[in-house]
Design a protein around this ligand. Structure first.
Ligand code: UDP
Length: 418
């Protein structure tokens, strides 16, 4: 097998070092960070390219041993909306190609994340004549199927419908996503490699609840529900907030919501209004974003973690909570069905409405032995989700693409000169 030696990872619209829980930063950032570090441990030189969104960002930043983060100029060095980024994909690709030329390095393979980067990656892969692996993380049509009131720009829908057929291989987090790519986009299954995500089980493992609560200043007697993640309608927090009103025992009940940066303010205000109308305002606390290094304590402090999303391609939050030994009540959608096993480490709710969530949460809150039994199974059930295994799955995929070659047009200069 021909091992890859140098890998270009494209994370165009969001930096792997961005604060998590913001509008554009969550599971994908964790993935790029973890996977790059583990790939580099196998001897691969990894350069992660992201757009410069702040003039103070250095050109090159060491991110982990063997991993560099490279900031590329494309558009003004400030935060831009995703709609403004699509027209800049070519400029970004040109910047990456110029960086490679200036350094005198050649990449064996391009791995891009999210459709905006895949657009840039397609250009680079043709210019360099190397295989292109893509991970979409979310897809517009899939989001629209999951929640019809989602708003996605036509440019994204068009680009994804085209790009899924242009790349050499798509990495999907679950077989469910592989099936969707086939059914919704007509991508043959052998063009999709299923590699689940991992969990850092050193960071996320069972720890004494009392210690975690003491560290966070949470009442040891409280009954604590936790939701974590980017704050947007697709995450279904309305359902969870409304479910509080339907719970039998509300004494000492608290819902902590971790995540959301200043750009989530409008959505948070809307959710506060939902809570007010449901008469549960006093039970809900928006904690704000918490760095990934410190979020483990929140899981360990919780009695139940709830993931009421309309869709998750994998759902790292559920995986992290389970690894922490906490039962999860989650929507029965997407990747959540690959980690949450109904009745074994939590509950899967088939309906996107508050009553069934309230019923299962109540059941867990009222029954400590049940919670502890499910929590113990939860931690064990996550043992097979490991970042080193993800990296080794990717290395095998890269090797097979380099060995077999990829049929396609002859190499051609596709990037306009600066
Ligand atoms: N996260 C975090 N701090 C926050 C909010 C979220 O570290 O304030 C992390 C969380 O621990 C998880 C990721 O962001 O690792 C969210 O990933 P998930 O797959 O659940 O959702 P996505 O962002 O991909 O929709």
């Amino acid at each position: 097998m021909l091992p890859a030696q140098r890998l270009a990872v494209l994370s165009f619209h969001t930096s792997p070092l961005a604060q998590l829980g913001g509008r554009e930063s969550g599971g994908m950032n964790v993935y790029v960070r973890e996977v790059s570090a583990h790939l580099a441990r196998s001897g691969l030189a990894v350069d992660v390219f992201t757009r410069r969104s702040d003039a103070l960002q250095p050109d090159v930043l060491p991110m982990a041993p063997g991993v560099r983060l490279v900031h590329i100029d494309a558009g003004p060095p400030e935060r831009l909306e995703k709609e403004e980024l699509h027209p800049l994909a070519g400029t970004f690709a040109r910047g990456v190609a110029d960086f490679a030329a200036a350094e005198g390095v050649a990449y064996d393979l391009v791995h891009s994340h999210y459709w905006l980067a895949v657009e840039a990656g397609a250009l680079l892969a043709r210019e360099w004549d190397v295989p292109h692996v893509a991970m979409f993380h979310t897809l517009a049509e899939v989001k629209l199927l999951a929640r019809s009131s989602e708003r996605e720009p036509e440019a994204r829908r068009e680009a994804e419908r085209r790009l899924v057929h242009e790349v050499d291989r798509i990495v999907a987090a679950t077989e469910h996503e592989q099936r969707l790519l086939d059914q919704v986009y007509g991508v043959p299954r052998d063009r999709v490699e299923v590699i689940p995500l991992g969990v850092d089980r050193e960071r996320f493992r069972p720890r004494a609840q009392l210690d975690a609560r003491t560290a966070l200043g949470i009442d040891p007697e409280a009954r604590v529900l936790l939701a974590v993640g980017r704050i947007e309608p697709l995450k279904g927090l309305d359902i969870l907030i409304e479910s509080l009103a339907e719970m039998a025992g509300r004494d000492g009940l608290q819902l902590l919501i971790v995540g959301g940066d200043e750009r989530a303010e409008r959505e948070i205000a809307r959710l506060r209004e939902v809570a007010r109308e449901a008469g549960v305002e006093a039970l809900v606390r928006f904690v704000g974003p918490v760095p990934h290094e410190r979020i483990g304590a929140y899981y360990n402090a919780a009695d139940v973690v709830v993931v009421p999303s309309f869709y998750e391609s994998f759902g790292l939050v559920a995986a992290e909570a389970l690894a922490s030994g906490v039962p999860v009540v989650a929507s029965r959608v997407g990747g959540l069905t690959s980690t949450v096993a109904d009745g074994r480490n939590g509950y899967l709710i088939p309906w996107r409405c508050p009553g069934p969530f309230a019923e299962k949460i109540d059941l867990l809150l009222a029954n400590r032995p049940l919670r502890e039994a499910l929590g113990a199974t939860a931690a064990r059930s996550m043992e097979r989700f490991e970042w080193p295994a993800v990296a080794s799955g990717l290395l095998d995929l890269y090797a097979s693409l380099l060995r077999d070659g990829v049929p396609g047009p002859a190499p051609q200069p596709v990037l306009a000169a600066p």
